[in-house]
Design a protein around this ligand. Structure first.
Ligand SMILES: [Zn+2]
Length: 381
């Protein structure tokens, strides 16, 4: 395998904006050979208030500048300039668009139906030829999409346009308070097991299609959906290995940890021959993959102060007490507490980072092996 010298190019990609006097752009770092395969796409902070990925992207870029790349690696270190600017009374609002466009990580373009139409009669026995045909059909579908009609739609369109035909897509997020974890499609496991081990993730949540069109699934789900549709014609591999990486909690922003995470990602790319170097030894996995349907959500039926009894990373059984919700206004302090128990066992993957909740608000999530919530929309806004 030949490794051409890495080239580092930095582009400013202008973005559509909705308001006079506003200009935004995406900074895009490209390494390797334009158009070469494999193509890797990595972005951070699509949820703009999720800071750990920004620092991981910094270390990735720093290390890639001196690496030798076979193929092309695209890093968008700050994927959401619209969201990064959303400060309301001193609070960063980065998950939802203030213009009413919803969760920044939902509603990415759906290329499946358009690609399926274009693939009729074009799938045969050769899986590599089928990959080429699917990529061409996805591209033709993407290029035929109507022009985006808002700033947020245009941002989604621009990000998707760099990623939908990639071999590997890594979307760097974080949770509120959390152990590191991954979301991915069932067909991508155990392909992602090395990355999971290198990152030391403590939960891997698998789903065939969680719904809502988040970025990672908008890139990956077309592959196995089209594979099922054309199963009688020939094999279509899952040729876009796409995952959402949750880099712990919002406050877990640490230079040494971020560099270790960047090196874990580079290690996975070295193992695939995309970055030159000695493949790292794989540490023992910290978890088994579990179904997204096994995610137990502890939701508070009342408003009040969260008094947690368990920490992120703790192992719990169904029925264990996770927290009390305390109503300090109760006439009788002995009646002030509402105990919250987990409906399923597993590892406490994430906790709310606030300590006062509304009625109906999520308090903690527990990743476990037993399906609990199948039949419901799996991805929660
Ligand atoms: Zn996120």
């Amino acid at each position: 395998m030949s490794f051409p010298p890495s080239q580092h190019r930095v582009e400013e990609v202008p973005l559509l904006t909705d308001r006079l006097g506003t200009r935004r752009s995406l900074t895009v770092h490209r390494f390797g050979t334009p158009g070469a395969r494999p193509k890797v796409y990595i972005q951070a902070a699509l949820h703009a208030d999720e800071t750990p990925g920004l620092l991981v992207a910094h270390h990735l870029i720093r290390r890639l500048r001196s690496a030798t790349v076979s193929g092309e690696i695209i890093v968008v270190p700050m994927a959401n300039p619209t969201g990064i600017a959303q400060i309301v009374e001193g609070v960063h609002v980065g998950r939802y668009a203030l213009d009413g466009s919803g969760n920044f990580n939902r509603h990415f373009p759906d290329l499946i139906a358009g690609a399926a139409e274009r693939l009729v009669g074009r799938i045969g026995p050769d899986p590599q030829a089928n990959i080429q045909a699917v990529r061409a059909a996805l591209r033709a579908t993407f290029e035929a999409l109507p022009a985006p009609d808002s700033e947020v739609a245009a941002l989604r369109h621009t990000l998707m346009g760099m990623a939908f035909d990639a071999d590997i897509v890594l979307d760097l997020h974080c949770d509120q308070e959390s152990v590191p974890h991954l979301y991915a499609g069932d067909p991508l496991w155990p392909e992602l097991a090395d990355l999971a081990a290198l990152l030391g993730v403590k939960a891997v949540l698998l789903s065939p299609d969680a719904g809502g069109k988040p970025f990672d699934e908008a890139c990956s789900v077309p592959w196995w959906t089209l594979a099922a549709r054309f199963a009688a014609d020939g094999p279509i591999p899952a040729a876009c290995v796409s995952t959402t990486i949750e880099l712990r909690g919002k406050a877990d922003v640490d230079d040494a940890q971020a560099d270790a995470d960047a090196q874990a990602i580079l290690g996975a790319l070295i193992r695939r021959g995309i970055v030159a170097g000695t493949p790292p030894d794989l540490p023992p996995p910290q978890c088994e993959a579990t179904p997204l349907t096994g995610l137990a959500r502890v939701v508070s039926p009342v408003s009040g102060v969260i008094a947690f009894h368990r920490a992120v990373g703790d192992r719990v059984e169904a029925g264990d007490l996770i927290a009390d919700i305390v109503d300090p206004t109760a006439a009788d302090p002995d009646q002030a507490r509402t105990p919250l128990r987990t409906p399923g066992g597993g590892i406490i993957m994430a906790r709310n980072n606030l300590r006062f909740v509304s009625r109906g608000e999520l308090v903690a999530s527990i990743a476990g092996p037993e399906p609990l919530n199948s039949g419901h929309s799996l991805l929660f806004d």
